[in-house]
Design a protein around this ligand. Structure first.
Ligand code: GTP
Ligand code: SPV
Ligand code: MN
Length: 652
């Protein structure tokens, strides 16, 4: 039985709790929290619903538009309460505790993995759902043929129907975040509203998050409005919507990283690429790394590889003995996204908008990627991996042998060799299971991470998984040819996308799922940006994934990729010559340092082979790909294609 008095009493209790709570979030000097029923101009409010009416607790944030928007979204989603996140450690602890209670998170072994937590997503929610991801521009043409498109009003309506009332019984968290160093002219601010503690804690690692961002936002600063709700986690009621013209993202019905950490792919790439074109810069799906050479000079390169094709591994690689002994060191700036601008010196400077890694777990071990292994031992979130009995984690390809038992990514009791209901192997960890770790955990984190200017880029690497076709490395003849090389990149599908594994798809600049506007306009933007650069990065194509007849990788990959990168940076420094081939400049085999490797000259020849027949098929396949763009394919792309065709046909 609930009397009116009790209801009221409970309600007052919540208010008192909120006031105390919010007071704890805000420096006393800046705020005078109080209770009011109207809105006080110039302040942001946190809201609590008492069932029907909205009651506001005033706190001292001065952005009117932000306040208005939070209020509208809260009215739509109807959370029980709205809480503003400050990004503090106390807040992290409090949220974790709450999530341990509900089972949303499991605390990992704090002796072995301090500050680490474990989470599993719904079974049908383990990768980005590209078929449910839309660019919602007024004109369909602006989204282009590679994107799913929905008219903005339809999209808002469809999603609103799913969002409506979906946060009843839940809390809506308000997360102010900065992509890029707080206050840098290259950075962008977003505010994400979410009903997921998992999202808050991930955003806390992946972005610069909390009160300091609101300070920079001031009273009228621009920000991307990001709304996320889990709703029913139903794949039929899942939509990932981008409204570049409104600087808005709505994501509903998912709890998987790339769909819900809205600062990442949604803001930093889809909205980011749209803004980048408008404002004259580049937002790319690229790792950024510094290579310190034996003379102590650090050369920075950026590389675009499709999802699950090796960015995280490359970004923090450990030099093989031969190169380490020469004096090479690697510094990791970023493993997934690069924002780049031309500066006065005529070079292209890059920042990593993110502050953490959201990396693929399976295959990560002390041999393939020791720096990632060392990064995920503390203050990290482990998602969809196997939970061992001692509350540590395991995944396929881990250093440790598979444990005799554990709880797998589907929440099932698991044992090695287990089969699923169809008789197929049941994994301990999902192939796209991931870790979230702060970059500062990485033993080779660059000291330029907080530099608002970023780092100057000397070379771009493009590459995917190609069993054949692409040799280990080749260099584009010039910027325009390089843009063509990027635009015609291809890879075999991996577990990071929903779809048939192994199928080859063209993935221009590794941006196919992330370019927030018309792809052909994107190519033109790339082309014309080159004209503004006095010192454009040189462009290379690499392929670590050539296979022999038995399907085995020929190149050892991982740390040994530095052997190829050494050639690349020496090219950038005009220290080494090259062979001109129909597809680009290629190394004289002896210029790739393979000391200590079991690579015979015959294998090297295979790795650097350009096969006329295979390339003629490749040219046809590129032509097929262009068809979907009709007359919109830029002339320079067609010119480059024709020129390549001529060179290939002239081969002996
Ligand atoms: P996203 O986070 O999805 O964007 O992926 P990513 O590009 O960062 O890929 P990541 O470095 O996580 O690598 C994905 C998979 O490729 C892992 O299973 C790695 O073990 C494997 N891999 C990475 N680099 C190499 C390599 O040089 N050779 C081979 N054979 N496999 C590699
Ligand atoms: C990718 O798929 O390219 C990722 C992981 O980096 S996600 O955040 O899911 O996009
Ligand atoms: Mn990625």
């Amino acid at each position: 039985m609930k009397s009116g008095f009790l209801e009221k009493y409970e309600f007052v209790n919540i208010l008192i709790f909120q006031v105390l709570f919010l007071r704890s979030l805000w420096p006393v000097s800046r705020s005078k929290p109080g209770i009011a029923t109207g809105s006080r101009a110039g302040t942001l409010s946190a809201f609590i619903f008492d069932g029907k009416a909205l009651v506001e607790i005033m706190i001292d944030v001065k952005h009117k538009e932000l306040k208005k928007w939070v209020k509208e979204m809260a009215a739509l989603c109807k959370p029980d309460k709205v809480v503003l996140c400050d990004g503090s450690l106390a807040e992290k602890k409090r949220l974790e505790k709450e999530a341990f209670k509900t089972g949303e998170l499991i605390q990992l072994n704090q002796k072995k993995m301090p500050g680490c937590v474990y989470h599993i997503t719904a079974e049908n929610d383990v990768a980005r759902t590209e078929h449910l991801t839309f660019i919602c521009t007024k004109s369909k043409k602006d989204a282009g043929s590679t994107n799913n498109w929905m008219a903005p009003e339809d999209a808002y309506k469809k999603a609103a129907d799913i969002f409506r009332g979906s946060m009843k019984g839940r809390t809506m968290y308000v997360i102010p975040f900065s992509m890029g160093p707080v206050g840098s002219e290259s950075s962008k601010i977003g505010v994400e509203l979410t009903d997921s503690i998992y999202v808050v804690l991930n955003m806390r690692i992946m972005t610069r998050m909390g009160s300091k961002v609101l300070d920079v936002l001031g009273t009228s600063g621009e920000f991307t409005k990001c709304l996320h709700g889990k709703a029913e986690l139903d794949v039929d009621k899942r939509l990932i919507l981008h409204f570049p013209e409104d600087n808005t993202i709505w994501s509903v019905g998912s709890g998987y990283g790339g769909n819900v950490l809205l600062g990442k792919k949604c803001l930093s790439l889809r909205i980011g690429s749209y803004l980048a074109r408008k404002e004259g810069w580049l937002a790319e799906h690229m790792l950024i790394m510094g290579i310190e050479d034996p003379q102590g000079r650090t050369t920075y390169i950026a590389g675009a590889f499709p999802s699950a094709c090796g960015k995280t591994n490359l970004a923090m690689l450990v030099p093989p003995k031969a190169l380490k002994n020469k004096g090479y060191k690697i510094w990791c700036v970023g493993d997934d996204i690069a924002w780049m601008r031309a500066k006065e010196d005529g070079a292209l400077w890059a920042i990593n908008p993110e502050a953490g890694f959201f990396g693929v777990a399976p295959g990560t071990n002390m041999k393939t990627n020791p720096n990632a292994m060392l990064s995920v031992q503390k203050d990290s979130i482990h998602t969809n991996v196997l939970l061992k009995e001692d509350k540590t984690v395991w995944w396929e390809g881990h250093d440790d042998p598979a444990p005799a038992r554990g709880l797998n990514w589907r929440g099932r009791q698991w044992h090695p060799g287990m089969k699923d209901e169809n008789g197929s192997a049941e994994y301990g960890a999902h192939p796209n299971s991931r870790f979230t770790a702060p970059i500062t955990n990485c033993p080779v984190a660059s000291n330029k991470l907080e530099d608002p200017k970023g780092v100057p880029i000397s070379a771009f690497l493009f590459g995917g998984r190609r069993a054949q076709v692409a040799p280990l490395v080749y260099e584009a003849f010039n910027w325009q040819h390089g843009v063509f090389v990027g635009a015609t990149m291809a890879s075999e599908l991996t577990a990071a996308q929903y779809g048939a594994l192994g199928k080859v798809r063209r993935d221009p600049m590794a941006m196919l799922p992330f370019c927030g506007y018309n792809m052909t306009e994107y190519w033109k933007h790339w082309r014309s940006l080159g004209d503004t650069l006095m010192r454009p990065p040189r462009i290379f194509h690499v392929n670590w994934f050539n296979t022999d007849k038995s399907g085995k990788f020929i190149w050892p990959g991982f740390g040994d990729n530095l052997r190829v990168i050494e050639w690349i940076i020496r090219r950038c420094r005009y220290e080494v010559s090259a062979v001109e081939t129909p597809i680009g400049y290629m190394p004289i085999p002896s210029d790739i340092d393979i000391s200590g490797l079991d690579i015979t000259p015959a294998k090297m020849k295979q790795l650097l082979n350009v096969d006329k027949n295979i390339w003629q098929l490749e040219l046809k396949s590129q032509q097929e790909f262009f068809k979907q763009f009709g007359k919109d394919v830029p002339k320079f792309i067609l010119d480059e294609h024709k020129a390549l065709e001529k060179r290939i046909n002239a081969m002996g």
